[in-house]
Design a protein around this ligand. Structure first.
Ligand code: PMP
Ligand code: GLU
Length: 389
């Protein structure tokens, strides 16, 4: 059967595929440590589970408005006021089936065929695929070349052309753990203002910032920047609710209405049960959240120490739950993919090659694992490096 032009270059998510093969390998009896998938290992909070069960037991699991329950949209608006200090109303919020869905529906609403969209490398792999799926041209902008993965604002400015519609922004970053400073965001905002660009700000790791890092939403820089920003967030990371598939966007009312209409035609309303579970967590933060964040921070320190011990360089992870060491000096001609494949085979340690994020010198390690398993994972990596010629 002839497939559409649109999917002719499409590849499935590398991170999800690697996670699936690690699970298969574990099912076949190997003691696999999965540092590939970016998924919190905690159970969903008790409040979420209870609200989900209550929703099912009510019997009334029905369609909601396509843009989500009004009460949940209001809860999101209140949450954004508290956490970002910006004022949104129900009309600015759309509840989606996931942050992925919020991102792809937003791109569908904003990008015309041939429009260029800037991706600030290293960038999460789904951005490239999603931009291409809607007919856009993904333009990758490399970071500073000093190994920190810090943004190169001059390179971003230089990448803007007449065809540039906007850019995808993600801080804290998956995969590098880099957290943009307020002044870097102000400079980026100035570029958007100067060239009339929109910005999709993927803030899914916004609560996971450590040390002296601060999460700054571009929406809080100025009223003008809030107007041109589409803020995306969801339940997957901070509430460990990946399987509930809950995300949202907040934007100016035109964009929000359009995405709501798109959603009404493409997928209909998001899952009612998950909406209720998410709402319960937004109305009152689950008691588990602070512990989860503190636990991630402890794990982060274990990973930093382990990588330091091995003498590995890379960006200092200050947010999200990834480390992104530069291992290119240990790659053979197959690059980061070959390295990760050999590591999986030899030590049953699953990681993601940096090529998935347009950063071929690196590999990504997710530290969403218990401290015991992390220590074991780092030992395996160290042994692999010392055995490898
Ligand atoms: N953005 C980034 C940067 C992510 O790492 C993820 C995790 N897969 C998502 C968006 C999507 O999250 P979800 O679809 O689970 O809401
Ligand atoms: N965000 C996660 C990751 O990067 C989940 C995988 C995905 O959704 O592609 O590993």
């Amino acid at each position: 059967m002839k497939l559409s032009q649109r999917v002719s270059n499409l590849k499935g998510s590398v991170t999800l595929a690697l996670a699936a093969s690690a699970k298969e390998m574990a099912a076949s009896g190997r003691d696999v440590i999965n540092m590939a998938v970016g998924e919190p290992d905690f159970d969903a909070p008790r409040r979420a589970r209870e609200a989900g069960i209550a929703a099912i037991n009510s019997g009334a699991v029905k369609y909601t408005p396509a843009a989500g329950l009004n009460s949940l949209r209001q809860a999101v608006a209140d949450h954004l006021r508290e956490t970002r200090g910006v004022a949104y109303g129900v009309e600015n919020v759309v509840i989606c089936h996931s942050a992925k869905h919020a991102l792809s529906h937003t791109l569908l609403a904003l990008v015309d065929p041939g429009d260029e969209v800037l991706l600030l490398d290293p960038a999460w792999s789904s951005y490239h695929a999603q931009v291409e799926l809607v007919g856009g041209v993904a333009v990758h902008v490399p970071p500073k070349q000093d190994g920190t993965c810090a943004p190169d604002l001059e390179a971003i400015r230089a990448a803007v052309t007449e065809r540039t519609g906007g850019l995808m922004f993600n801080s804290p970053s998956n995969p590098s753990g880099y957290v943009w400073s307020r002044s870097e965001i102000e400079e980026l905002a100035a570029i958007c203002e100067e060239h009339d660009l929109w910005m999709i700000s993927d803030e899914i790791y916004g609560r996971l910032v450590f040390d002296d890092a601060e999460h700054v939403s571009p929406t809080s820089i100025s009223e003008a920047m809030k107007e041109r920003t589409i803020l995306v967030d969801g339940a997957s990371k901070v509430f460990a609710m990946t399987g509930y598939r809950m995300g949202y966007l907040a934007a100016n009312a035109d964009v929000a209405r359009t995405v709501g209409d798109l959603q009404s035609q493409i997928s209909g309303c998001p899952n009612y049960i998950s909406q209720r579970a998410f709402e319960a967590c937004l109305i009152e933060e689950p008691e588990e959240v602070k512990d989860m964040i503190a636990t991630f921070d402890r794990r982060r320190r274990v990973v930093i120490e382990g990588l330091d011990r091995m003498g590995l360089k890379g960006p200092q992870p200050k947010g999200a739950f990834y480390a992104f060491p530069d291992l290119h000096h240990r790659f053979d001609e197959r690059g980061s993919s070959g390295f990760c494949a050999d590591l999986l085979e030899a030590e049953a340690l699953a990681t993601v090659p940096g090529t998935a994020f347009s950063a071929p010198r690196h590999i990504r390690l997710s530290y969403a694992l218990s401290e015991d398993r992390l220590v074991e994972a780092l030992d395996r990596l160290e042994r692999f490096l010392s055995d490898r010629p």
